[in-house]
Design a binder for this molecule. Structure first.
Ligand code: SF4
Length: 155
């Protein structure tokens, strides 16, 4: 089974109250092998909500701040934990997650200054899933995802 960012499937769960529908992800999930999640909603955040970014502190810890200046770290941690619980229940081997999101992004995320600057890093949910052995893909990795899925289902 595969975890998929719900916003790819037409769910209007993004911070701005709209989806990020993605054709190939939507098409692939018609096989019934995916479970859609939105970590930020699972963490208790509303739709819409102020955009959030990960900030790195001087002590190397991180915190999640929204654009209004309110800290949302605990909601993001809860969302990541709940997503991991779901992933374990369905025995997920992979996840297709929205790039650059402070929850779902993997490899690159915004730097916490709300100035659209990207830095190397992972969203909290993507990071937790990856630490637990789940292979992470984004919407631009259709070929790599399909090759990986073919390999694991051929066993
Ligand atoms: Fe999409 Fe993930 Fe953001 Fe939810 S948290 S809206 S699933 S990118």
């Amino acid at each position: 089974m595969v975890i998929v960012s719900a916003c790819f499937l037409g769910v209007n769960c993004r911070y701005n109250g709209i989806s990020e529908t993605n054709k190939w992800v939507e098409e692939w999930t018609k096989n019934g092998m995916a479970v859609a999640i939105c970590p930020e909603v699972l963490g208790g955040l509303p739709i819409p909500r102020p955009p959030c970014e990960i900030q790195r502190m001087e002590n190397h810890k991180i915190r999640i701040m929204d654009q209004c200046g309110d800290e949302q770290t605990s909601a993001f941690l809860i969302g990541a934990q709940k997503t991991l619980e779901i992933a374990k229940i369905i025995d997920a081997k992979a996840a297709i997650l929205k790039e650059r999101s402070p929850s779902c992004g993997f490899g690159k995320v915004y730097d916490g200054s709300f100035s659209k600057r990207l830095i190397i890093g992972n969203g909290l949910t993507a990071d937790l899933l990856s630490q637990n052995g789940i292979e992470i893909f984004n919407e631009n990795q259709e070929v790599a995802f399909k090759a990986f899925y073919k390999k694991i289902t051929a066993k």
